[in-house]
Design a protein around this ligand. Structure first.
Ligand code: IPE
Ligand code: IPE
Ligand code: MG
Length: 259
């Protein structure tokens, strides 16, 4: 069950360091192409960048880091690239889990995992299990994930658990749906980052990004390191998160009137 505050129902607390950072890791292919390397070289380099950002986030006190690794639309890529991405994912899981475990990081893999080969599904379950007790930071990797998939699967799960709601849909509210979302273990992202220059959401966390601060950088993912992360955090610190209120209300928070 989720006990995280909803940004549309209450005004969340916000500190200088984002509690939850969600990243679309884009630009691996172009990083490689500009170096006359095959796209796969960019994906390999991208795995190294993940390692560095995980470490940097832990050091800065981030509690939740969520990374978009493979979208429900990425199956449209050439079969060779898709199978290479799967292989990289398998190798990364095999190699990194011990380190995550030792560093106190809880790993979650979120998405429609039924599409993956059985060996990968087993690896995922084991990796989650082996890190489940960790509390320093939660690293969520979104694989075969789509924001629309999540809202639809949550709706189905909600109606299965509560068939009475189907008979009276006017009673359905956010708090009925939220506990069934794939990201229910995390609060909503404070900061969203997309590397690679595109300014779009590409079916990432559609529900949870409602009030996230958005940050876009031209840096390709393999070039995104701790210095780039600090630039994003600096931008985040300068934002005024109003959640629907006026600036004056943010300056002197008082009782919130209802709608
Ligand atoms: C992001 O990099 C990684 C995945 C989507 C798996 P891309 O592979 O999309 O890189 P570009 O956008 O083609 O440069
Ligand atoms: C988004 O990147 C998905 C991931 C980073 C996993 P894409 O490169 O697939 O996004 P589009 O197709 O350019 O929107
Ligand atoms: Mg891309």
């Amino acid at each position: 069950m989720s006990h995280h505050a909803s940004s549309t129902l209450t005004v969340p607390d916000a500190g200088d360091v984002p509690r939850h950072v969600a990243i679309i890791m884009d630009g691996n292919g172009r990083w490689a192409t500009t170096r006359r390397l095959p796209r796969v070289a960019g994906h390999s380099k991208g795995v190294e960048a993940v390692r560095a950002i995980v470490e940097a986030c832990v050091l800065r006190g981030v509690e939740y880091l969520t990374l978009f690794a493979f979208s429900s639309e990425n199956w449209r890529r050439p079969p060779d690239e898709v199978s290479l991405l799967m292989r990289l994912f398998i190798v990364a899981l095999e190699r990194e889990v011990a380190q995550l475990r030792a560093n106190g990081i809880r790993l979650k893999i979120v998405g429609d995992l039924s599409a993956f080969e059985p060996r990968l599904q087993t690896l995922i379950r084991n990796a989650e299990h082996r890190t489940a007790q960790n509390t320093k930071m939660t690293l969520t990797v979104c694989a075969n994930y789509g924001g629309r998939w999540d809202i639809l699967q949550a709706t189905r799960a909600m109606l299965e658990a509560r068939p009475d709601l189907a008979a009276d849909p006017s009673r359905i509210d956010e708090t009925d749906l939220a506990p069934h979302l794939a990201m229910r273990h995390a609060p909503e992202p404070d900061l969203f980052i997309r590397t690679g220059g595109e300014q779009r959401i590409s079916n990432f966390m559609l529900w949870q990004l409602a009030y996230s601060e958005l940050y876009f950088t031209d840096a390709f993912w393999p070039d995104f390191g701790a210095a780039e992360l600090d630039r994003a955090f600096e931008s985040y610190r300068a934002r005024e998160r109003r959640f629907g209120r006026t600036s004056a209300q943010v300056a002197t928070p008082a009782e919130l009137p209802g709608p």
